[in-house]
Structure formats: structure tokens, C-alpha cells
Design a protein around this ligand. Structure first.
Ligand code: C5P
Length: 398
């Protein structure tokens, strides 16, 4: 329920603007007050009269409107709501936001607001798949914009594919989640994720099978609870998390440097599968096959242990340091010893024998090891595991 919450709904120009009328009805039914902004293009699809009738409030359309400015200035309007929702969010309006343009009321409000923004994109499938749109979406995500949809299906233009605006009930659910509790607001959390690549020469490297899925899910869940998240990732196949400051690195040495640059933080969660070794004398040119048929010898040197380095430091040590332990035998005993050796507060141990399907798979089954002992969590999706980890972190600071 959204009793007492205020939503500022921006309706841009797209055929799916008609669905936003139903969204207003659902929002009001769940108790929210809805102020609406209609762009010039949006008014080609729905009218101010319909919007004001449904929302029960004046519709805002002009950036320079003397009556509106004397009642409520556009800066105040951008901050008077708990959440700004853009539905439909057109390719054009999103591109404007990426560049910080503010030449009409909608784009000015989006630049001036200090509230979370949720966008429901809607456009033709080719426009959605265009590299420029995808680039813009990534930038907006990194800037903290939340998204719902688009969905795949038949489109008004006769084509089929992703680009249909999410349905009003889905947008309502995303609004409810965006307006949920934010117990980690004001906390800065660092998450490491993914594998590291350790070069052998310019074309070859040592790596591991980590997908980065669990780390991404943890960062997403922490951001969902209001944390400011710095996400330091090796070359992982998983999508990057929303709303986080993403730092891309390749090697363990680069990862440690990026982690140290991110301090101080309140919490550090080390979910990366860092390579234990790097090649001692990696070459600047590609190693050639030898005519003698002898393979090259690769001498390995140990990588820095990032978790232990941060957990055992005295200056700028995060208040909560969390590690992971991927084990194949004696999981609890090994992980308990590892927690003490590495100096971290919590350690999540998981059994990564191939038959568990956990490494690189969609599910996880972890045991949380703390000073108080071991606590086995049921097997669940990596997203649910992440949600539970984030809530546990929030509880720790409650
Ligand atoms: O020793 P092991 O690799 O099992 O430890 C796993 C934990 O330590 C994980 O949290 C991982 O992110 C972290 N780690 C690290 N730097 C390393 C090796 C592991 O931060 N070089």
C-alpha cells in the first residue's frame, strides 16, 4: 500500500501513454497522491483533461508557467514527491537525461530532483536495441535510475520484440519496491565481484569460472535497501548492478588498488573469486611455440589477499568485513578456520563441488560463519541469498 506517499508521474510521448492512465488509477487506489507532468509529445497521445480528472490534481506542462511558478516552482515540484516515475520513458527523454539537458519541464524536473527516479521505457524494438539507447540505459543505471521493463511482445508499430512498456500492475509493484524501507541509507558499502584475469602474455591469461552473479545480486540488494555501493569487478559475464559506482579491473593487484582507493566504507563484502596466483614474468609479446617442442615454463607468484589485507588493517578498517569461502571438502571446518585466519567478521561458506551446480549457476546454499558459530541457510536463488545478506547487514547496523 502507498498510503500517504506522493508520486510525480512524467508522461512522455509514446503510444503506451494510454497505459499510464490506468497506472494513475492503480496508484490512487493504493493510496498514493499523483502529480502529473505531460510533455508536448505526450499531449499528442493523452490529454491534460483526462490526467487531471484521473489524478484529481492540476497537470503540469510548461517550464515557464507564471501561474504554476507562483503556486509551486519547478524545483519544488521536482522534490515534492517521494518518487519520480517516467512512463512511458522515450528514447529521446532518456538521452536528454544522460546528457543533463533541461530544455522543457520534464527534463528540468529530472535534472533538479533529489528523489529516486523510476523509468518504464517504451519504444520500437529497433530503437530499444540501438547501441545508443543501450549505452544510455547503462549510463542511467549507473547514475542510479531504476527501471521496470520493457517487456517483449507485439508492438503497436507492427513489430515484435522488447520495447513494450511494462504493464501498469508491474509498474505499480516497482513503485512499491522503490518506495520500500531504506535501512542502509547513508551507509557506504564496497562489493568485490567476478573473477580476475592474470595475464600470461598479451593474448593469454589465467582465469576461473566465476560469473559474478552472486556479487552483482548482492550489490543490487544493498542498493535496494538504500546503500551507496561501490562495485569493484573483474571481467565477469553477469550484468553490472543498478545504481552502483562500478569500477572495472582485470587483475588481483588492480582489484586491491581499486578497493584501497574506495576506502573508507562502512561495510566491505568480498564476493570476488580472486586468482590466488599471477604469472611471475608475464610477457609483453606473445609467447611463441618453441621449435624444440618444449612448452614454456610459467612461474607463479602469490597474489595479495585482498580480504585479509583489508580485514587485518587497523586504519580505515570497515566496521563490517565479509568474506566468502568456496570449499569442496570439510566446508564448515575449513571456513571457520579461514574466518579467523583472514580476520573478517562474517564468512559465507559454500560447497562448490561440481555436483552442487553452485559455481556459475543460478542458486546458492551458504552457511554464515560468525564469532557466534555456523548458521546454515536453505538453498535458494542467488538473488534471494543476496536479499537475505543485505537484510542481515542492515540488521547489524540497526
Ligand atoms: O582463500 P580463499 O580464496 O578461499 O578466500 C575466499 C575469500 O577471500 C573471498 O571472500 C575472496 O573474495 C577473498 N580473496 C581475496 N583475495 C584473494 C583471495 C581471496 O580477497 N587473493
Amino acid at each position: 500500500m502507498l498510503e500517504g506517499r506522493k508520486v510525480l508521474l512524467i508522461i512522455a510521448g509514446g503510444i503506451s501513454a494510454y497505459k499510464s492512465l490506468e497506472l494513475i488509477r492503480l496508484l490512487r487506489k493504493s493510496g498514493a497522491a499523483v502529480a502529473t507532468v505531460l510533455t508536448a509529445a505526450g499531449s499528442e497521445f493523452v490529454t491534460s483533461l483526462t490526467l487531471s480528472a484521473l489524478s484529481g490534481e492540476k497537470v503540469h506542462t510548461e517550464l515557464f508557467d507564471l501561474t504554476s511558478e507562483s503556486e509551486m516552482g519547478h524545483i519544488e515540484l521536482s522534490r515534492s514527491a517521494d518518487l519520480v516515475v517516467v512512463a512511458p520513458a522515450t528514447a529521446d527523454l532518456m538521452a536528454k537525461c544522460v546528457h543533463g539537458l533541461a530544455n522543457d519541464l520534464a527534463s528540468t524536473l529530472l535534472l533538479a530532483t533529489d528523489k529516486p527516479v523510476l523509468m518504464a521505457p517504451a519504444m520500437n524494438v529497433r530503437m530499444w536495441e540501438h547501441a545508443a539507447t543501450q549505452r544510455n540505459i547503462n549510463t542511467l543505471r549507473t547514475d542510479g535510475t531504476l527501471f521496470v521493463g520493457p517487456n517483449e511482445g507485439d508492438m503497436a508499430c507492427g513489430e515484435f520484440g522488447p520495447g513494450r512498456m511494462a504493464e501498469p500492475p508491474e509498474i505499480l509493484a516497482a513503485i512499491e519496491s522503490a518506495l520500500g524501507e531504506r535501512p542502509l541509507a547513508g551507509r557506504h558499502v564496497l562489493v568485490t565481484s567476478g573473477p580476475t584475469h592474470e595475464p600470461i602474455d598479451p593474448v593469454r591469461y589465467l582465469a576461473n569460472r566465476s560469473s559474478g552473479r552472486q556479487g552483482t545480486a548482492i550489490a543490487d540488494a544493498l542498493f535496494g535497501l538504500g546503500a551507496e555501493v561501490t562495485f569493484v569487478t573483474g571481467p565477469a559475464s553477469a550484468a553490472r548492478p543498478r545504481g552502483c559506482r562500478v569500477v572495472e579491473v582485470e587483475t588481483a593487484t588492480e582489484m586491491l588498488a581499486a578497493v584501497e582507493r574506495s576506502l573508507p566504507v562502512d561495510v566491505a563484502i568480498f564476493a570476488a573469486a580472486v586468482a590466488d596466483w599471477h604469472v611471475a614474468s608475464s610477457r609483453d609479446s606473445k609467447i611463441k611455440k618453441d621449435s624444440s617442442g618444449r612448452p614454456p615454463m610459467l612461474a607463479l607468484t602469490e597474489n595479495p589477499d585482498i580480504l585479509a589485507t583489508i580485514a587485518l588493517r587497523t586504519e580505515n578498517r570497515p566496521a563490517l568485513v565479509v568474506g566468502f569461502a568456496a570449499e569442496t571438502d570439510e566446508v564448515i571446518a575449513n571456513a571457520t578456520a579461514k574466518r579467523l585466519r583472514k580476520g573478517c567478521d562474517w564468512l559465507f561458506a559454500n560447497d562448490v563441488r561440481p555436483e552442487t551446480g553452485i559455481m556459475g549457476g543460478p542458486e546458492n546454499s551458504v552457511t554464515l560463519i560468525t564469532e557466534a558459530g555456523a548458521e546454515a541457510w536453505p538453498r535458494m536463488s542467488k538473488a534471494e541469498t543476496a536479499e537475505r545478506i543485505a537484510r542481515r547487514v542492515a540488521q547489524h547496523f540497526a
